[in-house]
Ligand binder design. Structure first.
Ligand SMILES: [Zn+2]
Length: 79
């Protein structure tokens, strides 16, 4: 399955994908984004470096988010 970069909403554990999620918007601070989760309305700002790679289907990516059982976090290769 393809790998896409996403950010998790800690409240509902859904992962939102940059590029397809309508809840992710750039903010005036360079390198920062804001996530407003369309489901639980939780908001947070995050640096683009904090997105993680997730293995998901193309269909899930196009929908903009993945439910908890639809994604697989790819473990970091850093120690
Ligand atoms: Zn949420």
């Amino acid at each position: 399955m393809p790998v896409h970069m996403g950010i998790m909403c800690e409240k509902c554990r859904r992962v939102h994908f940059i590029g397809t999620s309508p809840g992710i918007k750039p903010v005036p601070t360079p390198g920062m984004y804001a996530l407003t989760c369309p489901f639980c309305l939780e908001t947070k700002e995050f640096r683009k470096e904090t997105v993680r790679p997730y293995r998901i289907s193309d269909e899930v990516f196009k929908s903009g988010y993945a439910n908890e059982l639809e994604y697989q976090l790819i473990p970091s290769t850093n120690r």
